[in-house]
Write a protein that binds this ligand. Structure first.
Ligand SMILES: Cc1cc2nc3c(=O)[nH]c(=O)nc-3n(C[C@H](O)[C@H](O)[C@H](O)COP(=O)(O)OP(=O)(O)OC[C@H]3O[C@@H](n4cnc5c(N)ncnc54)[C@H](O)[C@@H]3O)c2cc1C
Length: 401
């Protein structure tokens, strides 16, 4: 069996595994990434139709890591957010200050392409999967197409997604909440320009978001009970656009086209304890959120920025992981509760609940203080902010990385 020794082994080369890889390589750590799918398949437009709403703090992290330069041309700024509820009066609005967007929208394929450009190919084993893991010796057996290899690492980062196999291996518990919903994702063509406006609309069946992307297209994320999503997936394009108009109205003019529709099951997965030396969980494996508030990747990116900062400051040891957990606790708790709270609040069907929410939206719209606090956390500036968000480079020895 082929044997390798590295500082950090990352299992899972999704957006979060690739980001932490880039940060650690920039810090000079010998890092190896193992990904189950063929490397490069993630940049196929048919691979993943998701778009991501990136918060300003995420933009800063990607910028500090040198990734934003490649991604920028594919990013659409959000200048206005409109939140409303179907069949209710009242709405909340957030406006951007001049030249300071509230966030950016990027398609997953472009994010993955930008990340992959920055990951050195010799540090990747793909397609390959983790076969076994020995915590005592910090050794992983990796199955590749040409056979098995053994990797000894000082630290192992589990970025292997919601259904993390490593979580099972090392028997750390996770609480799982099944929303019994699926998110339908598709691109929608518009008759009129979107003017960089994003919309979140709560319907009796579930929330829908329309995010502006290039060429007068909006990216739709529409959560519904699983059976209803299934029906929406099978409608003709015309019938589908009609159903979307019934839920959303005509605020954006007439919808002219719908692209290929994809659906994703929605559940919340949370690991109360996200590390057991020498393994630490990052991204969807540590916390998977409902996409209602578009916070999953943003939160995980701040985790990754903090982890790189902790490793830089304390090195690869159990104390570093304790410092990391301490730094990330508040931000994770606030974002997770906020996201789940929105799902519960707008999921209530009792008589009068709609009125209370409508009054809440109006009150929120007229309370700059509340807007400010919420915007702070939603934009990624709440809790203890990672250095990269404050535009402080990871390594001060050689200046900006
Ligand atoms: C519909 C939808 C919309 C969303 N919108 C937003 C948004 O607007 N903003 C936002 O911030 N977030 C959003 N999110 C959340 C965001 O997509 C996730 O937070 C993010 O993709 C998590 O990335 P990850 O790298 O942790 O996990 P994943 O992308 O799941 O990557 C895990 C990787 O690990 C690999 N893997 C798994 N097991 C193994 C193994 N045993 N060996 C080797 N490799 C393995 C997999 O092949 C995969 O590539 C949305 C999610 C959904 C579903």
């Amino acid at each position: 069996v082929d044997k390798q020794v590295v500082d950090v082994l990352i299992i899972g080369g999704g957006s979060i595994g690739a980001t932490i890889m880039i940060a650690l390589q920039q810090l000079g750590y010998h890092t190896l990434l193992v990904e189950a799918k063929p490397w490069g398949s993630q940049i196929n437009p048919d691979f993943d139709a998701r778009t991501l709403a990136l918060s300003p703090s995420s933009q800063r992290i990607l910028d500090m890591l040198g990734i934003w330069d490649t991604l920028q041309e594919h990013a659409t700024g959000i200048e206005f957010i409109h939140v409303s509820e179907q069949h209710q009066f009242g709405a909340a609005r957030l406006h951007a200050k001049t030249h300071d967007p509230l966030g950016y929208v990027v398609e997953m394929q472009h994010l993955n392409a930008a990340l992959q450009q920055h990951v050195p190919h010799e540090s990747i084993i793909a397609p390959a999967t983790l076969q076994s893991l020995c915590l005592e010796t910090a050794t992983a057996i990796i199955q590749t197409l040409s056979g098995a290899c053994s990797v000894h690492a000082t630290l192992i980062i589990a970025a292997d997604g919601t259904e993390s196999m490593i979580r099972e291996y090392i028997q750390l518990p996770a609480t799982v909440k099944n929303y019994n919903q699926h998110a339908l994702v598709a691109n929608i063509g518009l008759e009129e320009a979107h003017q960089h406006k994003a919309y979140e609309r709560f319907t009796p069946y579930g929330p829908l978001a329309l995010l502006p992307i290039s060429q007068n297209r909006m990216s739709l994320i529409w959560a519904n009970a699983s059976e209803r999503t299934h029906c929406l997936m099978t409608l003709s394009d015309t019938a589908f656009l009609q159903a979307l108009h019934e839920a959303f109205g005509y605020r954006l003019g007439r919808f002219t086209k719908v692209g290929k529709r994809f659906s994703y099951p929605l559940k919340q997965v949370l690991m109360p304890k996200q590390a057991k030396w020498p393994v630490v969980f990052l991204g969807n494996s540590a916390h998977t959120l409902h996409p209602i508030a578009g916070q999953g990747f943003n939160l995980a990116l701040r985790d990754a920025a903090s982890m790189a900062q902790c490793i830089n400051q304390w090195g690869l040891n159990p104390n570093m992981l304790q410092q990391y957990a301490r730094l990330r606790h508040l931000d994770q708790q606030v974002i997770m509760r906020f996201t789940d709270g929105l799902v519960q609040l707008f999921g209530r069907q009792q008589i009068g609940a709609g009125w209370i929410r409508a009054i809440g939206l109006i009150a929120f719209d007229n309370t700059p203080f509340l807007k400010k606090i919420l915007a702070r956390f939603a934009q990624g500036f709440g809790g203890i902010t990672p250095d990269l968000v404050c535009q402080i480079a990871l390594s001060t020895k050689e200046g900006k990385l």
